[in-house]
Design a protein around this ligand. Structure first.
Ligand code: UT7
Length: 333
């Protein structure tokens, strides 16, 4: 029997209008454009400012763009998975809300939380539904309002994160030259101490005390996370190259999670990849957590060619990490 693979057949994205610059951050905390650019590599990040707007709003806008671009009708979508660490509510799932906002009525939908690896994990999960042959049009959306959990008095974390969303459509293909080829996904809960939100969950529900102690924001031990991220992202990316005999010449693109320019450079160096083959837009958008990978694919889409060998690679809270190898499915031009 011919093998069914899942292929990305379109991309949409959305970035909120408001742009938070390093200069503005420098007026909020003791930091500078020079420190942020040298240590992280971020100039600007987009932020949702309108009261009452959440991750589902950027998510729905990205999915609307995706549907418009691909010509897929909302009622044709079978499944939507939303990767996010900043859901609109604890429940119901932001995926349910996005479906409602864009008129997706014949699908089931759920959220997936794997920190900054959320989009990668969701892409893997979605591909399995497509490969089963029972689901023909599946949407994977990464949507975040990171600004809702960033402490803008903490200079160690507030320059890093941004809001935004990216969405892809997955469809079945029997063409052996395109689609999602392989994945290496891993997690290790020992890493939770280094990167988490202290309160608001079942262990430490919201109270006056948790709010006074500023425990509803991102807590990160940057250096520990940095070391893990470099080593694990590089390990899985190199392992994927070796497994499929990919070389720096035959690999067209690395799509790395955008957490820190220095992490991206270290991973690319281990893979012996020239900078020209690495998608980097952290300077403009910062770390949008589950949205970084689709925001890269969206921005580079006009340059992608059918059959391009692409490795997506991430590391995030959990810890979670992994790599997906895919062959791009279409020429944009
Ligand atoms: O996406 C999920 C995964 N997350 C990541 O992969 C993030 C990984 N970690 C990192 O990217 C980096 O560790 C950070 C960007 C978070 C921090 O960079 P760093 O080079 O590790 O800085 P550091 O925490 O070691 O701090 C170095 C110095 C400290 O001052 P002293 O103790 O040397 O005097 C900090 O207080 O830089 C200081 N500092 C700042 N200075 C100016 C920390 N934040 C700032 C700031 N502006 N915003």
């Amino acid at each position: 029997m011919t093998k069914i693979r899942a292929a990305i057949t379109g991309i949409g994205a959305n970035l909120p209008e408001y742009i938070l610059t390093n200069d503005e951050l420098s007026r909020m905390v003791d930091t500078s454009d020079e420190w942020i650019m040298t240590r992280i590599g971020i100039k600007t990040r987009h932020i949702i400012r309108e009261p009452g707007k959440g991750s589902s709003d950027v998510g729905a806008a990205a999915v609307n763009m995706l549907l418009k671009k691909t010509g897929a009708k909302p009622e044709e979508i079978d499944l939507l998975i939303c990767a996010t660490v900043t859901p609109d509510h604890q429940f119901p799932a932001t995926a349910n809300i996005i479906c409602d906002k864009v008129g997706i009525k014949n699908a089931f939908s759920f959220d997936l939380n794997a920190g900054c690896s959320g989009f990668l994990y969701a892409l893997s999960a979605a591909s399995k539904f497509v490969e089963s042959g029972n689901y023909k049009k599946v949407v994977v959306v990464g949507a975040e309002k990171m600004s809702s959990i960033v402490d803008y008095t903490d200079r160690a974390t507030c320059p890093i994160f941004g809001d935004g969303s990216g969405a892809v459509l997955l469809e079945p293909t029997t063409d052996p030259e395109i689609g999602i080829m392989d994945e290496i996904l891993q997690s290790d809960g020992v890493g939770r101490v280094h990167l988490h939100q202290k309160a608001g969950g079942s262990v430490n529900p919201a109270s006056h005390q948790t709010i006074d102690a500023r425990q509803h924001f991102i807590y990160q031990e940057g250096q520990a996370v940095f070391k893990w991220a470099v080593s694990k992202m590089a390990d899985v990316s190199v392992e994927m190259m070796e497994k499929h005999q990919l070389t720096p010449e035959t690999l067209a693109w690395l799509v790395p999670h955008q957490a820190n320019n220095r992490i991206i450079e270290a991973v690319a160096n281990r893979m012996k990849l020239p900078k020209e083959k690495v998608m980097i837009n952290i300077e403009k958008y910062g770390n949008t957590t589950a949205a970084t990978l689709p925001l890269c694919l969206w921005e580079w889409e006009p340059r992608l060619k059918k059959g391009d060998n692409i490795i997506l690679s991430t590391f995030g809270a959990g810890f979670t990490w992994g790599a997906i190898y895919l062959k791009w499915a279409y020429d944009s031009n």
